[in-house]
Design a protein around this ligand. Structure first.
Ligand code: CO
Length: 136
């Protein structure tokens, strides 16, 4: 099972500047986190039941750094929840999707995540996030 929407990832060059801008928009950060393994520093902003995830690269050679270099700031990925990420990875692989991660990795908030390549989802980088069934 896949869905509902968990968050939308947005690539930014400078997290503090982006947070100031989003504060003026009316959205405040819930948490700021550094994920060295992914080369990102990020902040989640609650927008109703969904979050925005602002992502700043901490290394130019990591995937997000390369994305910003070639595409600039803007929408980066869409994250959908699944209660069983391993099952979903296997299912999507069998359906012919091009998975970046065949094994889940630890993402923001300590949750298990896996990415599906944009080339198999009409140009959208898709993140799967494992969230157990029930309230979260
Ligand atoms: Co994300």
């Amino acid at each position: 099972m896949i869905g509902p929407l968990d968050h939308v990832g947005i690539a930014v060059r400078h997290l503090e500047a982006a947070l100031a801008r989003y504060r003026r928009l009316g959205l405040a950060p819930e948490a700021i986190e550094d994920i060295p393994a992914m080369g990102v520093r990020l902040a989640f902003l609650a927008a109703g039941p969904v979050r925005l995830e602002l992502l700043e690269p901490t290394r130019p050679d990591a995937a997000l750094g390369r994305f910003l270099e070639s595409r600039g700031e803007g929408l980066h990925h869409v994250a959908l929840r699944t209660p069983d990420i391993l099952l979903e990875i296997r299912r999507l692989r069998d359906e012919g999707f091009d998975l970046i991660d065949l094994e889940p990795r630890t993402g923001a908030l300590g949750r298990k995540v896996a990415f599906v390549h944009p080339r198999s989802v009409q140009g959208v980088l898709l993140e799967l996030v494992e969230v157990p069934d029930g309230p979260s």
